[in-house]
Design a protein around this ligand. Structure first.
Ligand SMILES: *Cc1c(COP(=O)(O)O)cnc(C)c1O
Length: 484
């Protein structure tokens, strides 16, 4: 392992290089991975060696400011690219925008269960935690290089708003977010369409989230276009986002007594980014008993967990739209590790998935079954969980978080270790769904009181790669503007 023990919170680490899950792209530094997103062979980047944190370091996290823990958790992944003081400055600035002093507070909802509230950032969903830091990391890397970038991202609802909020006003970055027309909540759409900054653009695509994601992939796979536009990705496949999300697993576990007792986590899952961060935390030395994948009715991961076959079906709409996904992109990173870093297996599996809609987990099936639990909550169970929790405690779970609570209860009803459910969104982000389930419309926090009246600005485009590319060409500033 790369870690040398230098006392609590001051470990030193070797430089890290990043390798692609498909084995056919160049190895890169953290900064290159940050700016590139997807590898040129279509794979995802991972560190070649996993850093570990000592038990002393982890114990020392209890009671520390969030930005301090974030610095120590993220630093080993950035060696060779960023120094500790610069990283700490960026983290402190990013997390000063959260409206709770703990940044990600824990709320107890039961004798041995807690909710980890990740929604205190500007757009009321957990994506702000990573995106606020990502924007600062990217601006830093681009100004060091005298470059600019065009970020194109697909969103099932929350990534788009988080990206717009994080990058609005950036001198070096233009942001274009594609969302499925009519399939995101009003609050989600308005978070993308009401900011007035000239460098942010929202585009409604006449299609599903998976269509939006395919359009983005097509742009990235056109290498000439990608280079001309300096395309960069901020979807959850961007490694820097995963790393930033590792932080709150350490923060929450240390607050409840880690590393001296193990924790259980349940994670509302879509693209597999957030729960992969939990798996990384475990890999880094955080004692985790159980990591439970919580799905809604779109249950591809629980099915794969039970059968060893990853098989797509059509997406159904639920009250937790940010999890209405069939292809969990980050699962590829876990598969790579679980298969013993077999890039040939990954290429074969991903080829079979895009051609026939399925693949067999093979040697990865067993590690998947032992390292994770997986539970799908249907709409009736989500509603029942929200009502029951509210009746027992007065606490209002959003539908995504409710999948997590239901999954934790089903996966380990009796366990003695503390159970932590990641709360990925504030209930006010989904007022229609909440009203239907509870009869009450949760109010937006006062700082968002103008959101529902502000004028909107967005483009509507067909699910057509040429039309979307033409829009990106018009919207993005020339590759050299402000950077020479
Ligand atoms: C994005 C999102 C998820 C899914 O997270 P992944 O990292 O894609 O698994 C869950 N809940 C909410 C509210 C989200 O915005």
């Amino acid at each position: 392992m790369a870690a040398r023990h230098g006392g609590p919170t001051t470990q030193d680490f070797e430089d890290v290089t990043y390798i692609s899950t498909r084995g056919e792209a160049l190895s890169l530094t953290f900064e290159d991975v940050l700016l590139n997103g997807l590898a040129r062979d279509g794979g995802l980047y991972l560190p070649d060696v996993w850093p570990t944190l000592s038990a002393e370091t982890i114990a020392g996290f209890a009671g520390k400011p969030f930005a301090d823990v974030a610095t120590e958790v993220i630093l080993p992944f950035t060696q060779g690219s960023i120094d500790r003081a610069t990283l700490h400055e960026m983290a402190a600035d990013a997390y000063s925008r959260f409206d709770h002093p703990a940044v990600t507070p824990l709320v107890q909802i039961d004798r041995n269960r807690w909710v980890l509230e990740l929604f205190h950032g500007p757009t009321l969903a957990f994506k702000d935690v990573a995106m606020q830091l990502l924007a600062r990391l990217m601006d830093h890397a681009l100004s060091k290089r005298g470059q600019r970038a065009t970020i194109v991202g697909a969103t099932s609802g929350d990534t788009g708003g988080a990206a717009v909020e994080a990058f609005r006003g950036s001198k070096r970055v233009d942001v274009i977010v594609l969302f499925p027309d009519g399939r995101v909540s009003d609050v989600q759409r308005r978070m993308m369409t009401t900011p007035t900054d000239a460098n942010v653009h929202a585009v409604a695509i006449k299609g599903t989230f998976d269509d939006c994601q395919a359009l983005v992939k097509a742009m990235f796979n056109d290498h000439a276009f990608r280079d001309r536009m300096s395309l960069s990705g901020v979807n959850s496949i961007n490694w820097a986002r995963i790393v930033a999300q590792v932080t709150y697993y350490f923060v929450a576990a240390a607050a409840l007594g880690a590393p001296h007792r193990p924790m259980r986590f349940a994670v509302p899952t879509g693209n597999f980014g957030d729960i992969l961060a939990g798996w990384v935390a475990k890999r880094m030395g955080l004692p985790i008993d159980q990591l439970v994948i919580a799905s809604n009715a779109n249950d591809i991961l629980p099915r794969a967990h039970a059968t060893g076959v990853y098989e797509m079906r059509s997406v159904v709409e639920t009250s937790s739209p940010s999890m209405d996904i069939q292809i969990s992109s980050n699962f590829e990173r876990f598969l790579f590790e679980a298969s013993g870093r077999d890039a040939g297996f990954i290429r074969g599996a991903m080829g079979a998935l895009s051609q026939g809609g399925r693949f067999e987990l093979g040697a990865a099936a067993k590690p998947f079954a032992t390292e994770f639990g997986a539970v799908a909550a249907d709409e009736a169970l989500v509603a029942e969980t929200i009502r029951r929790t509210r009746a027992a405690t007065g606490y209002l779970l959003d539908p995504h978080t409710a999948c997590g609570v239901a999954a934790l209860e089903a996966a380990s009803p009796q366990s003695a270790s503390p159970g932590i459910v990641l709360s990925t969104a504030h209930p006010a982000k989904f007022p229609d769904a909440m009203e239907k389930i509870t009869g009450v419309r949760p109010a937006l926090p006062p700082r968002l009181s103008t959101l529902l009246d502000a004028p909107e600005r967005f483009e509507v485009l067909d699910n057509d790669a040429a039309a979307v590319k033409a829009f990106v060409e018009r919207a993005a500033r020339p590759a050299t503007a402000g950077a020479q």
